[in-house]
Design a protein around this ligand. Structure first.
Ligand code: COA
Length: 185
């Protein structure tokens, strides 16, 4: 059943919203906030939409890092954010049986809203909706991080009960200072 809060719903990536997703990629939006994957993903969507959706929602595969290296994808739950149209994406990744994350994963939850749907409370609502999903996966608390200068993301985290637990002066992926928060689910 879709998860709904305020004007948005978290939905499993699907064919109905795929044109909106492709349009966002075409406009340069990247679901991965650390590496710009828009061109690669757009090529994959245009080559075979069904295979792209299947790959997005199937476990396994690899994640490409900013330095070009690849690591196996952690177990994850990926949702698209919908207000009727495609608004962005939010994902949860975790290691089963532990709240720890590998050193190359900056947080359990990542999200991005397309520019034309920002400042409507959608990211705040989406994070609130995914916390019970994390809890259902056995996580009583999650780590969420953001660039120290990402005021909007920091507000999203704090609005959802985020407590600052540390900072990283130079994130290995981005080279930028990062804030690390913990949120009880
Ligand atoms: C960060 C991001 C997800 C916020 O999405 P959003 O849907 O616009 O966020 P919300 O509407 O829930 O806004 C949350 C708060 O941030 C504020 N905000 C939103 N955009 C802002 C901006 N560009 N500058 C300053 N504050 C901003 C909102 O006013 C709101 O503040 P309030 O709680 O005081 O009212 C969105 O800007 C985005 O996708 N950015 C690019 C990707 C990214 O940074 N992802 C997070 C990685 S950690």
């Amino acid at each position: 059943m879709p998860l709904k809060k305020a004007a948005i719903t978290l939905v499993i990536p699907n064919a109905e919203l795929l044109p909106g997703y492709a349009d966002a990629l075409r406009q340069g939006w990247s679901p991965n906030t650390m590496v710009d994957v828009s061109a690669d993903e757009l090529a994959a969507v245009e080559a075979d939409p069904q295979a792209f959706l299947a790959d997005l929602t199937s476990p396994g595969g690899v994640i490409r890092h900013a330095d070009g290296s690849e690591t196996p994808r952690l177990p994850s739950r990926l949702f698209w954010i919908s207000d009727g149209a495609f608004c962005g994406a939010i994902g949860l990744r975790f290691q089963p049986g532990t709240e720890e994350l590998p050193h190359f994963v900056p947080g359990h939850i990542g999200y991005s809203i397309v520019p034309w749907k920002q400042r409507r409370g959608y990211a705040t609502a989406a994070l609130a909706l995914i916390l019970p999903i994390a809890r259902a996966e056995g996580l009583t608390r999650v780590v969420v991080s953001c660039d120290a200068d990402n005021e909007a993301s920091e507000k999203v985290i704090v609005a959802n009960g985020g407590v600052l637990i540390g900072d990283v002066p130079h994130d290995p992926e981005t080279g930028k200072p990062k804030l690390i928060f913990r949120i009880a689910t």
